[in-house]
Design a protein around this ligand. Structure first.
Ligand code: 5GP
Length: 206
């Protein structure tokens, strides 16, 4: 049977440690493509264009929307974030696992369009208190931005049940091992089209 890719959606509050987790599992999950989103939010210190995001103006983002270049896009904390279709399609064709770090709205859209090949994980801190502590410790955002992220996180956790898995990122090593296990399972998820193809081949070789 021909190899085909799979999608792994990671969502969860900013400050839950998604980026650190992805960095930690890079070596252990085989060939993957991390989807680099496009955003209109200002660049944070330490971020690099084309690595963390493609940073664009609102006008450029609007143009991409009109040209239907996004698989999904959403307004998060007052800024636009979107996933470009083209590189995702190419990576899937190459049989790669495609990792998305997107919010709950993005997850909803990806489930609707590509649910058959999608596995999703919600990643969070053990408590709201710990999230507040981590966001303040990061020291990159103003209090106003932090408050917005906390409000958003409180809304997002209400939607955990929409996800296949929940990882509570208390100990980074434990959380990383859990995410590696899930990524292996994501590769084995079978879209219905592939199942029919497999049964057909299985019988043909009788
Ligand atoms: P941050 O500003 O902390 O990098 O990201 C803020 C939120 O936007 C996070 O919850 C992140 O998952 C989400 N996000 C990042 N890229 C995308 C995207 O392409 N689409 C959607 N829907 N959400 C995104």
């Amino acid at each position: 049977m021909s190899e085909s890719g799979a999608i792994l959606v990671l969502s969860g509050p900013s400050g839950a440690g998604k980026s650190s987790l992805i960095k930690k599992i890079e070596e252990s999950i085989g060939v993957f493509y991390f989807s680099i989103s496009t955003t209109t939010r200002p660049m944070r210190e330490g971020e690099v264009e084309g690595v963390h995001y493609h940073f664009v103006t609102k006008e450029a983002f609007q143009k991409d929307i009109e040209e239907e270049n996004f698989l999904e896009y959403a307004l998060v904390h007052g800024n636009y974030y979107g996933t470009s279709i083209k590189p995702v399609k190419e990576a899937l064709k190459e049989g790669k696992i495609v990792i998305f770090d997107i919010d709950v709205q993005g997850h909803d859209a990806v489930q609707n369009r590509l649910g058959d090949i999608t596995t999703s994980v919600f990643i969070t801190t053990p408590s709201l208190k710990e999230l507040k502590r981590r966001l303040s410790a990061r020291g990159t955002d103003s209090q106003e931005v932090i408050d917005g992220r906390i409000q958003m996180a409180t809304r997002e956790v209400q939607r955990i049940s929409e996800y296949d898995y929940l990882i509570i990122n208390d100990d980074l090593d434990v959380a990383a091992a859990q995410l590696v296990a899930i990524s292996h399972a994501a590769r084995l998820k079978m879209p219905s089209m592939k199942i029919s193809e497999f049964i057909h081949e299985w019988e043909a070789n009788g």
